[in-house]
Design a protein around this ligand. Sequence first.
Ligand code: ATP
Ligand code: MG
Length: 490
Amino acid sequence: MTSIRTRLLVAYVCIILVGFAGLTVISGGQISSAAEADFGERLKTNVVLTARGIRDLLASYEDGALNGNSLQTALDQYEVEVGGELAFYPTRGHSSHPSDESPVRDSTERDDLEHAGIGHEMREIDAAMRGRSILVERPDKQGETVYFTAAPIMVEGRAEGILQLGVPSERLQAIIAGRWLELGLMFLLVTALALGAAFWLARSIIQPLNELRQSALRLAEGEFSHRVHQFHPDEIGEVARAFNDMAQQVESMLEEQRAFASNASHELRTPLTTIRLRTEALRYDSTLNEATAKAYIAEIDEEVTRLANLVQDLTLLSGFDAGRAELGQEQVDMHRFAQSLVHQVTAKSKDRDNSVQISLTMSGEPPLVDASINHLTVVFRNIFDNAIKYSPEGGVVSWEIEKRENGVWNTIRDAGRGIDPVHLPHVFERFNRADKARSRDIPGTGLGLALVKSIVEAYGGQISVESDGVSKGTIVNVYWPERPVLKSGT
Ligand code: ATP
Ligand code: MG
């Protein structure tokens, strides 16, 4: 596996090297040709300026005053200034020159001129005689490559002679080599800087990722309270925040599950203990009279019913938790459903000696909802169960049903013991029973409203519980959509 750091670096380094090397080669080539052109122009300018200098020198002498020696001295001086070899060729057929018989020039070239003639090999001299200055590269007598150029020495419109300048090509090569060296150094410097930047960039990306990885590993090892503490001001910082949110959710979910499991086992254990005690008494206590035995059997029956209800609730709840519960598609007429439920609940409350009056208010067209009758029954049974349980004997419970856009609004009010504002936000929590001290005399496990909420929300509905406080009654609002509204992603 190649790490991100390596991949980043390789990609970056390749781009930098190829890019800069290409740039260096292209610009190096251009710089070389520019240096060459510049070199040639300079030679031509130098020879023209020197020719003018020599012309002025010639003009300053009286006829015959400038002999070969004084011209040679002048040429020597100019050679130092222009950095090359100068040679003077008197022009044939013009004897007005005040020099001695032989042309003054570097002795090495003198014979060439006389024997080979101007213009054959020395094209620059030929060109100078025609008034042009060109640059010619050729080997000199020693076989070294030299750049030659020449310019005429004009006196009163006539060429008195030709001045030739020769500079070894090594000079130009040294200049070009110097430019390439500068470029190479620049290339190395920029590459080093770019590499440094690449390392820094790779490090600044990888380091926070490594921190995140460590945190994820710690979470995987079960350290759910671990959080990332360093937040970089970039996308990785956002990932770290998202990671913390996720860890928080995982931790609270696990906490909830742990509490749920322990509450569930506690709720299951209590009736089981009672059943065991009563069966043991029935089996082994020979002093039990018939009336007590009957009471014990009734108690066992009650506990078994409680256990069965509890297991049923838990099964239903876990089905909704896991998203496995199938939402019913039966068309239920809410008016008829409500009438039938009110009938059952009233009869049951009478049986329990806790008779309450239930008033049902229905308005408008009978609303139809797509739902499972079983789910609807669990929801409203639980709500009425509570309203009756927590209401005094003979209390009044009202149920208003109103069809609104896309659903049905149900409002169930009782004038019972109400809910303390402190407990109100927790009524939907599993196994939570508001004000345990007061509820001790009333049976219940605290699962009812949790199950109701799970079912209502699975259908895309809403539920809320309101109470102005203790002894102020309770209102439960349930919105049930006409058709199940599936949550996105489910
Ligand atoms: P279970 O329904 O599992 O038998 P339960 O009725 O105690 O037990 P929930 O129905 O979930 O549990 O209700 C949670 C708590 O909310 C109750 O314990 C009770 O304190 C409070 N509560 C719910 N409905 C009412 C109500 N109509 N009047 C007063 N308190 C209520
Ligand atoms: Mg209940």
